[in-house]
Design a protein around this ligand. Structure first.
Ligand code: PBG
Length: 328
């Protein structure tokens, strides 16, 4: 028998020691909770494709604020469900648009919340694409003007940060210029830099009513065969003035999170998207997995890969797990 001098198990003996030697440390400060605000009144409705997530009309937002305060989550990413859609997506930049109303209401309810808005057109266009159309194609350069207008209207309604998710070329520069020219040089841009044309967005599109009426998003979102291209997208966003980069989805793209962390100095976010959440929920409901364990392990994998910020539908539950010391 060989004499064992090196025993990695020594450092696994007992929770006190294991917690001392953890390599990945996390905090609720890094969590962002996505929220769907629906135009109308008295809407507080569970989203069928995302069990445990709700649509809130602006008047029902006190329920959300209570939930966030209880969980100790202070950062939200807002999505809007407008009452009316048109080909130009004009409700997206309306002064009394649903996200704009939600921003004002949330600011009143809890001034300490950090309000980030998703900047895109797909929830507002009647055709469901992320920009204005020219024939059956999304017209990149005309869309840039609209995106900049949307970002400005969010800033004017009180957004602390804007997050363009459309994947048009040049959107970060267009938004930066518009914000700077209109008195918002201090509003940061979190760019959905490496956003893939993913099947993991299915439940979100049901939740947001934003599935494209024809075709798909492969002419603007990235092909998931490509990794180097994600680094190019990140580099372009850095040049254009992005403040935070993002990889989306998260769990199937850990290689890119890792690589972006090595290559870029900016804070890096990862978005654990609707399909990741819905799969865990469905498997748990079928009695196949321990939901809490899978939630914790998946989240830590994303941080371990290099993400500084995690956008997740589990933000409230994860904050609790972090506070209890179950993770991090
Ligand atoms: C809007 C947008 C989408 C998501 C975030 N912003 C949907 C899409 O691109 O089709 C997906 C989020 C999720 O699945 O949780 N463009």
């Amino acid at each position: 028998m060989l004499h064992q001098t090196i025993r990695p198990r020594r450092l696994r003996a007992g929770d006190c020691l294991r917690r001392m030697v953890r390599e990945t440390r996390v905090s609720p400060d890094s969590l962002v909770y996505p929220v769907f605000i629906a135009e109308g009144e008295h809407i507080y409705r569970e989203i069928p494709s995302l069990p445990g997530q709700y649509h809130y009309s602006p008047d029902e937002l006190p329920r959300l604020v209570e939930k966030l305060q209880r969980a100790g989550v202070s950062r939200v990413l807002l999505f809007g469900l407008p009452a009316h859609k048109d080909p130009e997506g004009s409700a997206a930049w309306a002064e009394d648009g649903v996200v704009q109303q939600g921003l004002r209401r949330l600011r009143e309810l809890d001034p300490s919340l950090y309000l980030i808005t998703d900047v895109c057109m797909c929830e507002y266009t009647s055709h469901g694409h992320c920009g204005v159309l020219c024939g059956s194609e999304v017209d990149n350069d005309r869309t840039l003007e609209r995106l900049a207008q949307i970002a400005l209207s969010h800033a004017q309604a009180g957004a602390d940060m804007v997050a363009p998710s459309d994947m048009m070329d040049g959107r970060v520069a267009a938004i930066r210029e518009k914000l700077d020219q209109n008195g918002f040089p201090g509003v940061p841009i979190m760019a959905y830099s490496a956003k893939y044309a993913s099947s993991f967005y299915g439940p979100f599109r049901d939740a947001a009513g934003s599935a494209p009426a024809f075709g798909d998003r492969r002419a603007y979102q990235m092909d998931w065969h490509n990794g180097r291209e994600a680094m190019r997208e990140c580099a372009l966003d850095v040049q254009e003035g992005a403040d935070i980069l993002m990889v989306k989805p998260a769990l199937a793209y850990l290689d890119l999170i890792h690589e972006a962390r090595q290559r870029f100095d900016l804070p890096l976010a990862a978005y654990a998207v609707s399909g990741e959440y819905a799969m865990a929920k469905a498997a748990a409901a079928a009695g196949l997995i321990d939901e809490h364990g899978v939630m914790c392990e998946s989240a830590i994998a994303v941080y371990r890969a290099g993400a500084d910020i995690l956008i997740t539908y589990y933000a409230c539950e994860l904050a609790e797990a972090m506070r209890k010391g179950e993770i991090g």
